[in-house]
Design a protein around this ligand. Structure first.
Ligand code: NAD
Length: 389
């Protein structure tokens, strides 16, 4: 029997969004115990947050610097194995780099850092340290996303010609940031969010999802980025054409001003032999289309599923698994990789997780999208011109 790994968290204090999701996720498999934290940007709030979660006083740290310093002094048996970083984007680089250089394994939420230079530095640091580094592109953790990837790898679609990935939300349709809403506040502030608004916050999920499922490599893009809400500095809407190195073509749409939408992430891909369709809001169903067969609705947790999908499933068919479990599947992969790095097991190929290289690709994608969005080179006037007749 293997001893559970221990985890500290940076960020995720009271009123934070995603930190609590990460904590719920690690509890699902009892492989990782949350034992330490520096949970907020202010020491007082960090303490109150850690107390409320039952952290031992000597492991409830006022700052992430104190966490690293004090944890490093502990014996290898007691020291945390893994640090989960769930702060806003502007602090990712500094904290992640310090954690890696101190020898801790890391899980960091997306987008990884602000620039490709920072991403390259982080890759170098991870390679020097030889530590495990996961990035929570959680949508790649859904069982039927794993199934979709398996079907593509098995050639069920044939050579892929076309991919459409859409990620539409409506929560930033108004100037929510002006109300003091915390998550809207930093996401619309270039200093904290980074170069991109919607493109970084959700467009980067769409990019990773399409790469994960199809294996396609984006060659070039033509992006149109808009800030619809007056006074907003960062894009809240994205439309993009994609060309892949294979010759396939795609469309990526990401918007946070699609009024009334919740979290409508959908990916469709079509090849010479078939097509697939997966929606995050109906995550336990995957549609497979073939030219000469009735459309198939594949469901999760059924015996006809692939080993890859089975490895991402915990409960029998008909009991929906979703967002939290998808995060847990990323942590499953990270835990497996940490144990493999210690020689405790062989790395399980059915437990993939996005790593520092995926994080870097995402950062570069955001940079290129913003650059393309600022350029008008590809635009051709299309209004009807009677003089041209
Ligand atoms: N994978 C996903 O689906 C997903 C979903 C939401 C957010 N995220 C990402 O997670 C990160 C956090 O987003 P959120 O919505 O939870 O933000 P949030 O504003 O709700 O929470 C951020 C937390 O970090 C703390 N914090 C900030 N600076 C800190 C510091 N220097 N030291 C310690 N704590 C600090 C804040 O006090 C707060 O508790 C972002 O990078 C975001 O892009 C990912």
């Amino acid at each position: 029997m293997s001893t559970p790994l221990s985890m500290a968290m940076v960020g995720g204090g009271q009123d934070a969004f995603i930190g609590a999701v990460h904590r719920m996720a690690v509890r699902l498999d009892d492989q990782i115990r949350f034992v330490a934290g520096a949970l907020s940007s202010t020491p007082e709030r960090a303490k109150v947050s850690g107390d409320a979660l039952g952290l031992r006083p000597d492991r409830n740290y006022p700052t992430w610097q104190a966490l690293i310093e004090q944890e490093t002094k502990r014996s290898p048996e007691e020291r945390v194995d893994l640090i989960s970083i769930v702060t806003p984007n502007d602090s990712h680089y500094e904290i992640a780099r310090a954690c890696v250089e101190a020898g801790f394994h890391v899980v960091l939420d997306k987008p990884m850092v602000h620039s490709s230079q920072q991403a390259a530095d982080l890759i170098a640091a991870v390679e020097r340290a030889g530590t495990v580094f996961g990035v929570t592109y959680n949508y790649s953790g859904y069982p039927l996303v794993r199934e979709a990837r398996h079907l593509v790898q098995q050639g069920e679609l044939g050579t892929i010609r076309k991919v459409i990935v859409e990620y539409n939300q409506g929560w930033l349709s108004t100037k929510l940031e002006a109300s003091g809403q915390k998550q809207a506040g930093w996401r619309t502030d270039p200093a904290r969010s980074g170069l991109g608004g919607a493109i970084g916050d959700i467009g980067s999920h769409a990019e990773q999802l399409l790469r994960f499922i199809t294996g396609l490599e984006i060659d070039s893009i033509c992006a149109d980025l808009t800030a619809f809400v007056p006074g907003r500095e960062l894009d809240d809407d994205v439309g993009m054409l994609l060309r892949f190195t294979s010759g396939a073509k795609g469309v990526l749409v990401a918007s946070q001003v699609c009024t009334g939408e919740e979290n409508n992430l959908r990916i469709r891909a079509w090849g010479e032999k078939g097509g697939l369709d997966w929606r995050q809001e109906q995550p336990n169903e995957l549609i497979l289309r073939k030219a000469d067969e009735p459309m198939r609705h594949l469901r999760s947790a059924n015996p006809y599923g692939s080993p890859a999908a089975a490895a991402a499933t915990r409960i029998p068919a008909g009991h929906p698994e979703a967002f939290i479990e998808a995060f847990a599947n990323i942590y499953r992969g990270v835990a497996d990789a940490i144990r493999a790095s210690r020689g405790e097991n062989r790395r399980d190929p059915e437990l993939p997780f996005p790593d520092v290289h995926d994080g870097a690709r995402g950062v570069q994608f955001i940079e290129r999208a913003v650059e393309s969005g600022r350029s008008d080179r590809k635009w051709t006037p299309a209004r009807w011109d009677p003089d041209a007749e």
